[in-house]
Design a protein around this ligand. Structure first.
Ligand code: 1QQ
Length: 396
C-alpha cells in the first residue's frame, strides 16, 4: 500500500515536471508570430514635446525593419507604454512592459531623471534597456543590462560652445542657466560650465530654475545685468523655450546655446520669432550619407514634410540595435528554443558585442553599455519672419 502510494506520488511528480518542462520549452512559441520590443517614452505631459518624436521614430523603425524581413522572417512588434513626465510614470511603464507585455527589451525612457528611477527595475528583472535620450552622466553605470544609443552630454554639449566661439571669437562673459530639478539638466550644465573654463571664458553667473517654471524674470534680469556675451540653457522644451523668449523680451541680444532638452521644433510655438539664432549641438545630421539614413529620412519626410529630428533618429536606432542583435543571436541559437529569461540575457550580450551602421553613423558599445559614436554637429534655428515655422540649419 505504502509502496503504491509512493509510486503514485512519484508518477504525478514526473508527469507535472514534464508538463512544466514542455511549457517552458514552448514558452517562446508566441515569438513565432512576432517579437515584442517595448518602447517606453513620453506620450503625455510636457515631456511629450520630446517624446512624440520618439514615438514616430519607433513606428518608422517597426515598419522599415519588418519590410526588411524582421528577425530572420519573424516580424517585430513595437509595444508603446507612456512614461509621461515623471519617475512614477516611467516605473509603471517599465513594470507593464516587463511583466505584462513580456517584451524582449526596452527602448526608453525619455528622460535621464526617469532612467535613474526605472532602469533599476529592468536591471533587477534582467531585461536589456537602450536609452534613446538619456544623456546624463552615469546612465550605463546603473547596471549591466543598461546601455544607451544617446551620446552623453560630455561628448555632445561642448561642440555648441566651440561653435559659439567660431561665430563670435570676441565673446568672453558667459551666463549659465539650468533646471535644478532635472538630472539631465544638472549634468549637462556641469559639462557646459567645465567647457566654459577650458575654453578660457569667464563664467559670470549660474542661475537655477525648475522645469515647471513659467516666469524667469528674476533670473533673466540678474544675468542680463552682468552683460553676458553668451547665455547657455540646460532645461526641457517648455521651460527652456520660455526662458529663451523672456531673455529676448528683456533685451538680451547676444548668442544663446540651448541644451539637448530644447532640441525640438516643438519649442517653435513657445519662443516663436525669439527662437531665431539659438544654437543646439546635435547627435544626428539628416544629411548623413549612408543607405539606412537615406531610407529613414525618406520615410520621415513623406509623413512629416520636414527633416527628421535627433530624438526620432535615436529612437529609430534603439529599435534597430534590438533587431540586428536579435537577428545575429537567432542565427546562432534559434530564439524560439530559448526561454524569455535566456533570450533577454543573450540579447544583452549580443547588443554589446557588435557594431551597427545606423542613421547616427557607425556605432558600437563599450562593455559597460556606453555608446561610441564618431560624429557630432551643431545646428542653428532659423525662424520665418512670422515666427510660425522654422528650421534647424546645420553649421559647417
Ligand atoms: C536626458 C535628455 C533629455 C533632454 C531627453 C529628452 O537628454 O534626459 O538625458
Amino acid at each position: 500500500m505504502l509502496k503504491k502510494n509512493i509510486y503514485l506520488i512519484f508518477s504525478a511528480f514526473l508527469v507535472s515536471s514534464i508538463v512544466v518542462a514542455c511549457t517552458q520549452k514552448n514558452s517562446n512559441s508566441t515569438f513565432i508570430k512576432n517579437i515584442p520590443i517595448g518602447v517606453a517614452v513620453a506620450q503625455t505631459s510636457n515631456v511629450a514635446l520630446l517624446g512624440q518624436e520618439q514615438v514616430i521614430g519607433s513606428k518608422i523603425a517597426e515598419q522599415y525593419f519588418n519590410q526588411q524581413q524582421g528577425v530572420n522572417g519573424i516580424p517585430i512588434k513595437i509595444i508603446l507604454q507612456d512614461v509621461a513626465g515623471d519617475e512614477q510614470g516611467a516605473i509603471n511603464a517599465f513594470n507593464t512592459l516587463i511583466n505584462k507585455d513580456k517584451v524582449v527589451g526596452i527602448v526608453g525612457p525619455s528622460l535621464s531623471q526617469q532612467a535613474f528611477a526605472a532602469d533599476p527595475i529592468a536591471q533587477r528583472a534582467k531585461v536589456p534597456v537602450l536609452g534613446p535620450s538619456n544623456t546624463a552622466k552615469g546612465i550605463p553605470q546603473i547596471g549591466d543590462y543598461i546601455a544607451r544609443v544617446s551620446a552623453p552630454v560630455a561628448e555632445v554639449a561642448p561642440n555648441a560652445v566651440k561653435k559659439a566661439l567660431e561665430i563670435n571669437p570676441d565673446l568672453k562673459k558667459v551666463a549659465v542657466f539650468f533646471a535644478q530639478n532635472d538630472a539631465f539638466s544638472k549634468s549637462e550644465s556641469e559639462t557646459f560650465q567645465e567647457t566654459v573654463k577650458t575654453q578660457d571664458l569667464e563664467l559670470i553667473t549660474v542661475q537655477k530654475f525648475q522645469t515647471t517654471d513659467t516666469d524667469f524674470q528674476t533670473q533673466a534680469t540678474a544675468a542680463i545685468n552682468l552683460k553676458p556675451d553668451l547665455i547657455i540653457i540646460s532645461g526641457l522644451a517648455a521651460d527652456g523655450g520660455n526662458l529663451v523668449k523672456q531673455l529676448r523680451e528683456l533685451g538680451y541680444q547676444g548668442l544663446i546655446i540651448g541644451g539637448n532638452g530644447l532640441n525640438t521644433s516643438n519649442i517653435f510655438p513657445v519662443c516663436q520669432t525669439k527662437c531665431d539664432g539659438l544654437l543646439i549641438a546635435q547627435a544626428y545630421n539628416p544629411e548623413l550619407n549612408n543607405s539606412i539614413n537615406q531610407a529613414f529620412r525618406k520615410a520621415y519626410i513623406a509623413e512629416n514634410k520636414q527633416e527628421p529630428p535627433q530624438f526620432t533618429a535615436q529612437a529609430f536606432t534603439g529599435v534597430q540595435v534590438f533587431v540586428e542583435a536579435l537577428t545575429s543571436l537567432d542565427g546562432e541559437t534559434p530564439i524560439k528554443d530559448l526561454s524569455l529569461g535566456q533570450l533577454r540575457t543573450k540579447l544583452r550580450d549580443k547588443i554589446l558585442s557588435q557594431s551597427y551602421q545606423t542613421v547616427l553613423g557607425e556605432i558600437y558599445f563599450t562593455p559597460e553599455g556606453e555608446i561610441i559614436q564618431k560624429q557630432f554637429y551643431v545646428a542653428q534655428i532659423k525662424m520665418d519672419a512670422d515666427g510660425k515655422n522654422g528650421q534647424f540649419t546645420f553649421l559647417e
